[in-house]
Design a binder for this molecule. Structure first.
Ligand code: PRP
Length: 179
């Protein structure tokens, strides 16, 4: 896997530091409540597991699989729910955990879906923000890192379902996806 990476953007150490800061921000925000932490699968799962373990606040956890890329390197702009949440969200403080906000379509869809189901509050944290690619006016409440318009993989992010288990975030060599 490492040979396909052009450049490491964020090391394990960089990520661990930012995860800790994000967890502290969430602990402050959720002082008097037990949020329902939702991992948007599959990309966010690694960030999610590290983040909830860095928090002191008790959380409940749920998972939703939503996909907009398929095997392509471009977002389709039409996110599809592959697996829904198990828990009802009515009256809950929902903490949505994303790996990346790119076009923004996934976030818009999740927000309208969960607010429509009666969530009491909706907070979004993302590991990565790619504002240069935004198609809809939406922003996470907290982002750990901003990235440019490169194709990035690792720490949950994939290309054609590979590279998710790299412990760092790096730029994928063009030769890999332009084959
Ligand atoms: C990625 C990522 C976000 C979404 C962001 O998911 O995990 O959920 O795209 O893109 P957007 O802002 O353009 O909507 P992907 O479809 O690649 O599925 P995955 O999480 O299983 O990798």
């Amino acid at each position: 896997m490492n040979k396909d990476v052009e450049k490491i953007l964020f090391t394990e150490g960089d990520i661990a530091r930012e995860v800790k800061k994000c967890a502290a921000w969430l602990d402050e925000r959720y002082k008097n409540t037990t949020p329902l932490a939702v991992s948007v699968l599959k990309g966010s799962v690694i960030f999610f597991c590290d983040l909830v373990r860095a928090m002191n606040t008790p959380v409940q956890m749920d998972f939703m699989t939503i996909t907009s890329y398929g095997a392509s390197s471009q977002s389709s702009g039409v996110p599809k729910i592959v697996m829904d949440l198990a828990a009802p969200v009515e009256g809950r403080d929902v903490l949505l955990v994303e790996d990346i906000v790119d076009s923004g379509h996934t976030l818009v869809k999740m927000r309208s879906l969960l607010e429509g189901r009666g969530a009491k509050s909706f907070t979004v944290v993302t590991l990565l923000d790619k504002p240069s690619r935004r198609q809809v006016d939406v922003k996470a409440d907290y982002s750990c890192f901003e990235v440019g318009n490169e194709f990035i993989v690792g720490y949950g992010l994939d290309y054609a379902q590979q590279y998710r288990n790299l412990p760092y975030v790096g730029i994928l060599k063009r030769s890999v996806y332009e084959k």
